[in-house]
Design a protein around this ligand. Sequence first.
Ligand code: SF4
Ligand code: SF4
Length: 153
Amino acid sequence: MFFDYIKRRFLKLWNKLNFVWIRFFYPSNIVIIGKCNKCGHCCKSIMLYSRKSNYDGQAVFIKTEEEFLVLQKEEAFYNNLKVSGVTSNGELQFECIYLQENKCSIYKHRPDFCKEYPSVKMFLLGGSLYTGCGYRIKSKKDFKYYLDNFKLR
Ligand code: SF4
Ligand code: SF4
């Protein structure tokens, strides 16, 4: 029990450190623009990163109930997610029980990862926006920058 508690605390800290590492040591060229149009897709088709990674070291989404149980042990909030579908790649999708009439019923108290959505970190880990989302990803640099700096020799 005590060991599980320590493990959960360590993993939370590790995730936060991972975020700090990505933000400060891997500067991003992308910015997020636009605004939420309240379509609700991001609360109905949630995809969760697995603790595993693929052969390139890139993050992958969970595909099995066992992987979901691992995440539930680490983060109590995941107990509020119900499986709602599966993508053509076999990745599980979840719906949050707090989404009611397309609105978050705990908006002021929603978890940090909901407040941060969509984040730059998500894109750096290989994530993308839902079809119809009001946000867009934009490069900080224009075409001229890439044409001037990455000319074929
Ligand atoms: S998918 Fe995008 S537009 Fe739709 S609710 Fe989520 S953040 Fe808002
Ligand atoms: S807590 Fe609210 S914002 Fe977060 S997934 Fe659930 S319904 Fe969406």
